[in-house]
Design a protein around this ligand. Structure first.
Ligand SMILES: Cc1ncc(CN)c(N)n1
Length: 222
């Protein structure tokens, strides 16, 4: 069994809780209140800016040209394809990209992005892959799940979200990160694999928390 399959198996209950989360279900059937999606959109825009820095670090750290190219294309996809989706949704809400960029990050957005950035900054490109896999692989899985079970008609305001995250192009980004981590796992000892396991599980929990934050429209208490 692939190392990343073992990680996915262990994180099963967390990933299932994500699929059952009212925010995710609401995207799927289009019932999510718009103010909750608007909150998510701004936080996710800020999230993606920090997320992009992680891929830039991956490119800088890469041990070979092919790995550098993969991280550079992940960086490009995030900055140009994913963020373009967010900008289009922003337009529908009458929010400009500059306003999105100036939004105040909520506690969970800061905690999650800094958690990943720290792992990427201190570790190897395999550590980086373990930390970001729950994002790329997780969104691809949720996107596919919602495409299969949800409403992708024009009536669903979140249709474009579902279509992007269920696309083959998006799935390929997570597939490559999995291969990168699996390759490292075959050449590493228990200590490394344990660290990657912890990064993957904590990342998965933060993914859940991000839905929860958006559902509750989390704010600083004081
Ligand atoms: C919180 C979160 N996690 C993952 C993704 C997919 N890159 C995202 N846009 N936002």
């Amino acid at each position: 069994m692939r190392f990343t399959d073992l990680l996915r198996q262990e994180a099963g209950p967390i990933w299932e809780a994500e699929k059952q989360h009212p925010f995710v279900r609401g995207i799927g059937d289009g019932s999510l209140p718009l103010d909750r999606f608007r909150f998510y959109l701004l936080q996710d825009y800020l999230f993606l800016i920090e997320f992009s820095r992680i891929f830039a670090l991956g490119a800088a750290r890469a041990g070979d040209l092919a790995t550098m190219q993969h991280f550079a294309s992940l960086l490009h996809e995030t900055l140009h394809t994913e963020m373009a989706l967010h900008k289009r949704y922003g337009e529908r809400f009458g929010i400009s990209p500059a306003q999105m960029e100036a939004a105040e990050p909520a506690p969970t957005t800061i905690a999650y992005t800094r958690y990943m950035l720290e792992a990427a900054w201190r570790g190897t490109t395999a550590d980086l892959a373990a930390a970001v896999l729950p994002c790329q692989w997780g969104y691809a899985e949720i996107g596919r799940h919602l495409k299969e079970t949800g409403d992708t008609s024009e009536a669903n305001p979140y249709r474009d979200w579902i279509l992007l995250y269920s696309s083959e192009e998006f799935k390929a980004t997570g597939d490559w990160l999995r291969e990168h981590l699996d390759r490292a796992a075959t050449e590493s000892g228990t200590g490394d694999r344990e660290r990657w396991r912890a990064l993957f599980l904590t990342g998965s929990r933060y993914e859940y928390l991000f839905w929860e934050m958006s559902w509750r429209q989390e704010r600083w208490p004081v």
